[in-house]
Write a protein that binds this ligand. Structure first.
Ligand code: ADP
Length: 554
């Protein structure tokens, strides 16, 4: 039977592991997948932001590439004498916005290498006042003059940017003749203010949705890292960290654009998603595990109960068979007249009486258990003296105890007890069960003490034995139906596992408590506490009048 229950339990655990193992594997896989997703989504977010900056850079480049149209002038203006003056006409017509100054220089003829400066605001040539800017223009043009002298061929002229000094950003365009020789140079100095106030905002607005709605913080920093442009206040800019950076191409190449999410960085968003996902998975796993554990617990209880029931049936059969066998033997001896003396006949009669009492008690227990389980158990309370009820019960045990060599020490209360409301039959049955156990689990200790006394608002009857005792962790469980301590000597003692459950039910029906104090190997004391005044019972119980160290089963 025990083996069968062990196998059942093993099967349960195996089932549990069968659920747990794939669950754990699933969780590990999901965790790894989430970690990967976290990394990829952070990266994807970065790429996403970088794309915005790439678009802005492209837009800015395109804006300045338009300058080529204004600077690409007919070569005849530079080769024919006196024509260079007419460049002003073209500059006036084609000059783009955001240009601080235009200039032209021819490398052939009388006015070779003479720099002409054009003011787009005034729309005419101006006499230069030589300063830093004019000098930068001069140095930017000088190599082209050298190339012209050496008749260097330029196959496809294109814009050249000169921004060694970031204060004067110069765009140059070489003018070539049919022979692809450089004959002149046109150029312009860009207006940084216009770039910051017009070109950049327009480019960002085109590239970045919600640019103006403050979702992103845009920054542009110069080569020293100083902020030159942003759509946010200085405080906000200081509070965020650029998630992506990218330089401009063609012009303003020493400046770097930066982009940051105003509320959370890409990595933070990814981490938050990761945490939420991991949390959800853990919660789900927890719920699943909880469910499985609950199912396992229920199944394990069912297995335990079924084992206990099987044990119960086998134990009860044994309990019934043993007294019946004795009764039959002694009855036969009497019937056949094989009795030597009247004393012997009386002795056999006593055996028969004791065994029938045991049978009655067992059957009473079974019947009581059945009525308790079905909720049909009823009690008839009357005011009675507990000491008397105990004395009466002990009388019925006398013969059996004497036969088995037990000595009962009955300690009556010092003063008469106040009568308590009780069902005498039920209390007698509880006491019988306790005495029966004291005998069954005596382990050679032949003295049993039964004490009746008053303690505060309670009358207490205690059954003290010197038997096997009960381990601490079992002391609560023994009051459960069918529960039997499965360790130590108790293996050999048969029983139904119902006795203490019935005691508890009866005592609780009296508003009382049953407690146990026990040490393995030294003996046990079972005490039944009945309230003198049922109404005061609850108060007395909560005021902790029960003895310390006693296991209160309720
Ligand atoms: P049983 O028919 O098995 O005696 P009970 O409900 O009366 O059923 O007792 C439950 C279990 O409590 C017993 O199997 C035994 O292990 C333990 N027990 C009860 N009384 C004593 C005692 N006086 N000494 C030691 N163990 C006891």
């Amino acid at each position: 039977m025990r083996f069968a229950s062990l196998t059942k339990r093993h099967a349960l655990w195996l089932g549990f592991l069968a659920v747990l193992a794939p669950l754990a594997l699933l969780l590990i896989l999901q965790y790894r997948w989430l970690v990967k997703l976290d990394e990829t989504s952070a990266l994807a977010q970065k790429v996403h932001l970088d794309n915005y900056l790439a678009t802005v850079a492209k837009d800015v480049r395109w804006t300045y590439e338009q300058a080529e149209r204004a600077l690409d002038l007919p070569s005849s203006l530079f080769t024919e004498e006196g024509q260079i003056e007419h460049v002003a006409h073209y500059f006036h017509k084609k000059a783009p916005q955001g240009v601080r100054r235009l200039f032209a220089v021819g490398f052939v003829g009388e006015k070779a290498n003479y720099l002409h400066f054009f003011d787009p605001a005034a729309g005419c040539w101006t006499e230069p006042v030589w300063g830093d800017e004019e000098r930068d223009i001069y140095f930017a043009a000088a190599p082209w003059s050298a190339r012209a002298k050496k008749h260097v061929e330029i196959e496809t002229p294109s814009l050249v940017v000169e921004e060694a000094d970031s204060r004067h950003r110069i765009l140059l365009y070489p003018i070539t003749d049919e022979a692809e020789h450089v004959v002149g140079l046109t150029g312009m100095v860009l207006d940084e203010g216009f770039f910051l106030s017009q070109v950049l905002p327009a480019a960002f607005t085109r590239a970045l949705p919600k640019f103006s709605e403050d979702e992103y913080v845009v920054t542009v920093r110069d080569r020293r890292g100083e902020l030159v442009f942003s759509n946010a206040s200085g405080k906000t800019v200081r509070a965020v960290r650029e998630e992506v950076k990218r330089p401009f191409s063609l012009v303003f190449t020493d400046w770097t654009m930066g982009l940051a999410s105003r509320h959370a960085t890409a990595a933070e968003v990814a981490h938050r998603n990761f945490a939420v996902n991991v949390g959800l998975s853990a919660l789900l796993a927890g719920v699943l595990l909880g469910g499985v554990l609950l199912a396992l617990r229920t199944a394990s209880r069912a297995v335990k109960l079924s084992t206990m029931k099987s044990d119960f049936v086998s134990n009860v059969s044994h309990e019934l068979r043993t007294p019946l066998a004795s009764i039959r033997v002694f009855g036969e001896l009497l019937r056949l007249g094989r009795v030597e003396s009247l004393d012997r006949a009386r002795e056999y009669g006593e055996y028969i009486e004791t065994e029938s009492r045991r049978l009655t008690q067992l059957i009473n227990n079974i019947l009581d258990f059945s009525s308790i389980e079905s909720g049909r158990k009823s009690y008839h309370f009357e005011r009675a003296d507990l000491a008397e009820v105990v004395a009466e019960t002990l009388k019925t045990f006398e013969v059996r105890l004497r036969q088995s060599g037990f000595v009962i020490r009955f300690e009556r209360p010092a003063a008469p007890l106040p009568p308590v409301s009780l069902d005498a039959g039920a209390i007698a049955q509880s006491l019988s069960n306790l005495l029966d156990n004291a005998v069954k689990y005596s382990n050679g200790g032949k003295e049993i003490a039964v004490k009746v006394e008053r303690q505060g608002g309670w009358v207490v009857v205690a059954v003290v034995d010197q038997g096997v005792g009960i381990p601490r962790d079992e002391q609560r469980k023994i009051f459960d139906r069918f529960h039997r301590v499965s360790t130590g000597l108790i293996h050999d003692v048969k029983g139904s596992g119902l006795g203490l459950g019935i005691v508890r039910h009866i005592v609780e029906a009296h508003q009382g408590r049953v407690t146990v104090e026990s040490k393995p190997g030294e003996g046990s004391t079972f005490s039944v506490w009945l309230p003198i005044d049922a109404a005061a019972a609850a108060a007395a119980a909560s005021s902790g009048t029960l003895p310390e160290g006693a296991t209160q089963n309720a």
